[in-house]
Design a protein around this ligand. Structure first.
Ligand SMILES: [Ca+2]
Ligand SMILES: [Ca+2]
Ligand SMILES: [Ca+2]
Length: 366
């Protein structure tokens, strides 16, 4: 089972890499997250669709079950679906590939998917992959061992009783770090809620059947090397002869993890005509994060005004026992972005050990 699945996943990645390269997807265009509730009649152009059918909408639909992306596997015979996908030695070709890249090493992905495997047919599989890394340089076209992915999926194969599963796993360079398999009633329709958290090299997968009671698919796994901050979310699948098999994705949301910082901005009142040189920010983090980790160069007020290199100090300005970072900003630069008002919001953003944070305070400006 494992090698089969691995082959399927691995070779898909070659395709994705080639496609991304061919399209010249620029780093600057790739967002840190996205929200998809599939409520519109057409797919967001951020997705790339590769299908063996023309038009490709024959293999997915946003209108058959409104509010859902219906992923339909419609092959004519097994592993013979997508004609340009010929890199795999066993000939597997997913019949429909829908993908979009996103950036960041700290994020939460949430999705809800209902698999309809109610038709008595053989050899079907539908997957959601998060491709973290594919080592094209060190992997030949017929080797499939150098991928790092997170996989969620449902499969079914009458020839192999154990292949009627819902599954979740994390694979690093071809090795399983986490593996979950649940044999499913067959034929059947089943719904899964999935929550995947990536914190740099730590990955956890939580599952639920009802959206209320959750369990760990496997204990949090740690990648042994850094896969980088660019990953691709991919929906794919294949079949032999299963026209009525589908997966309905209700939503797929990727949210960057942002530390909720508390900000005390001083002074509480700014006179735009006054001539002071600096304003001061005190930043506190919730438990589990350390203000010592803050990258000073990343700090910005209202997204534009950078912090001064010095003075910088960690103390406890408000005497609450929680360390706070003191940092200064140019008062004259700040005046350029503030307008008079009784309650003017100041937003501070930055990164701490690679994790984004954000804090807000309100001041009076006159
Ligand atoms: Ca929806
Ligand atoms: Ca204040
Ligand atoms: Ca404090």
């Amino acid at each position: 089972m494992k090698p089969i699945r691995l082959l399927i996943i691995s070779c898909l990645l070659i395709l994705l890499f080639l496609t991304l390269t061919a399209q010249g997807a620029g780093d600057g265009e790739i967002p840190k997250g996205f929200h998809e509730d599939f409520s519109g009649p057409t797919l967001d152009p951020a997705w790339t669709v590769l299908s063996h059918l023309t038009p490709p909408t024959n293999t997915y639909s946003l209108t058959e079950n409104p509010g859902y992306l219906r992923y339909k596997i419609r092959g004519s015979r097994i592993w013979d679906c997508w004609p340009r996908y010929a890199l795999r030695p066993d000939g597997y070709k997913p019949c429909l590939v829908i993908f979009r890249p996103f950036r960041g090493k700290h994020w939460v992905l949430a999705t809800k998917v209902t698999y309809d495997f109610s038709e008595l047919n053989n050899g079907r599989q539908i997957f959601l992959h998060i491709v973290l890394k594919y080592d094209l340089e060190n992997t030949g076209p017929y080797e499939c061992g150098k991928i790092t992915t997170i996989n969620i999926g449902r499969d079914n194969d009458l020839d192999y009783w154990h292949r009627n599963n819902f599954g979740a796993d994390v694979i690093e360079e071809g090795q399983y770090l986490g593996l979950y398999r649940q044999l499913m009633p067959w034929p059947g329709i089943d719904t899964w809620y999935v929550r995947i958290v990536r914190q740099d090299r730590l990955i956890s997968v939580m599952l639920s059947r009802d959206g209320e009671i959750w369990f760990e698919a496997f204990p949090t796994v740690e990648l042994s090397s850094d896969p980088g901050d660019l990953q691709t979310l991919t929906l794919e699948g294949g079949c032999s002869n299963a026209w009525n098999t589908c997966a309905d994705y209700d939503y797929i949301n990727v949210d960057p993890i942002v530390i909720p910082a508390s900000l005390d901005f001083e002074p509480d009142t700014i006179n735009l005509k006054s001539k002071g040189k600096w304003v001061t920010s005190y930043i506190e983090f919730p438990e589990g994060y350390d203000v010592e980790d803050i990258d000073i160069a990343s700090l910005k007020i209202n997204g534009v005004i950078p912090a001064e290199d010095s003075p910088v100090a960690v103390g406890d300005h408000d005497f609450d026992g929680v360390p706070d970072l003191m940092v200064k900003f140019s008062r004259s630069a700040l005046k350029d972005v503030l307008s008079p008002g009784e309650a003017v919001e100041i937003v501070i953003t930055g990164t701490a050990a690679g994790v984004d944070f954000e804090g807000r305070d309100t001041i009076r400006v006159f």
